[in-house]
Write a protein that binds this ligand. Structure first.
Ligand code: SF4
Length: 333
């Protein structure tokens, strides 16, 4: 590992000033940053440790108006929270399936949504061309090993899959993100946080140098209880998603008609992926497996596969169809 300057932030203002340099990184749980520094993929000149800010940004608030999660909440604490498990089951399930027990007790929610891709070429700084790591160097995955890569939201410069699970739950539930930074606090829709790779795959979010996620908010809504997260992976014990679906439905109790649908996909796209096309096919109609299959077809209509990952289209469709059927069949108390 290369040498770097370490600072332990005493308050939020000191943290954002210390990290305003474009080559600075925040350190929270450290489960992504330290790995990538040891691999020599990330080379920050300054590391600003924000663990001391847990008193300000480490709490969970659930009330009638919604859910607020501090960015320094540990994944395990949110996943085990009884009211989140009851009222926002998709959130708890996405966090439970996102990492091993040890990692869930260390990693924070803010760090989790900003984790970097698992593309093997990105994590191999000695030999691989990678536009995300070194802009303009090429993309070894386009003609190389791309079994785990994305089929949605890709570009000619990068096809790396966004690796997280929790982000799919946030984007499905219309979450907002609160950010602190050198220019002061701001709030944005979680759907606007991540950007597609386009011509600049090294830019993954709209966060500016020094900006720091402080919390996530989800407004209470009729669909949050009827919500699930389904993940398909190589190993059920722990692995990144090959395909996942985060579903929330509001259904008319009398006729089974879908009144509102929220659908997000993971493991198949370059960023957290909301499928408004699939939602539109369900809303206003009685739920059926056939309707779910049509929605899944629509969700992948824009897919652009490579030779090794074309299977993800059918896998993703089946995952989404199964998740929709399970959500529709949930019995709510
Ligand atoms: Fe790099 Fe993206 Fe290509 Fe992977 S897919 S090698 S991250 S540019």
């Amino acid at each position: 590992m290369r040498s770097f300057h370490y600072e332990r932030a005493q308050d939020i203002d000191a943290a954002v000033q210390s990290a305003a340099d474009a080559n600075a990184s925040y350190l929270a749980g450290g489960t992504t940053l330290l790995d990538l520094m040891k691999l020599d993929v990330l080379r920050p000149s300054t590391v600003v440790d924000i663990g001391s800010l847990e008193d300000h940004f480490g709490s969970i608030e659930v009330n009638r108006s919604g859910l607020k999660l501090g960015a320094l909440v540990r994944m395990a604490d949110a996943a085990e929270h009884p009211e989140i498990r009851r009222d926002y089951p998709m959130i708890a399930q996405s966090l439970e399936k996102a990492a091993s027990t040890q990692l869930r007790h260390m990693a924070t929610l803010g760090g989790n949504v900003l984790q970097r891709t698992r593309c093997a070429y990105f994590r191999d700084p000695d030999t691989s061309a990678c536009n995300k790591r070194v802009p303009g160097s090429g993309c070894a995955a386009l003609e190389g090993l791309n079994r785990t890569h994305a089929v949605l939201g890709t570009s000619s410069q990068c096809i790396a899959t966004y690796p997280g699970d929790f982000a799919q739950a946030l984007i499905a539930l219309d979450a907002s993100v609160m950010v602190a930074g050198p220019e002061g606090p701001r709030s944005l829709s979680f759907e606007d946080l991540h950007v597609p790779p386009g011509e600049t795959p090294h830019i993954e979010t709209v966060l500016q140098p020094g900006e720091l996620i402080t919390s996530f908010s989800i407004e209470a809504a009729p669909w949050t209880r009827r919500s699930i997260f389904l993940k398909v992976r190589d190993r059920e014990s722990f692995a990144f998603a090959l395909a996942s679906a985060a579903i929330a439905l509001d259904m008319d109790s009398a006729g089974g008609k879908v009144q509102a649908a929220r659908i997000a996909l993971g493991g198949v796209a370059t960023r957290p992926w909301r499928s408004h096309e699939a939602e539109a096919l369900l809303v206003g109609k009685p739920f059926s497996r056939e309707q779910a299959e049509m929605a899944a077809e629509a969700a992948f209509s824009g897919a652009d596969p490579r030779p090794d990952n074309a299977y993800k289209i059918e896998l993703g469709r089946r995952c989404l169809t199964a998740a929709l059927c399970r959500a529709a069949a949930m019995e709510l108390s």
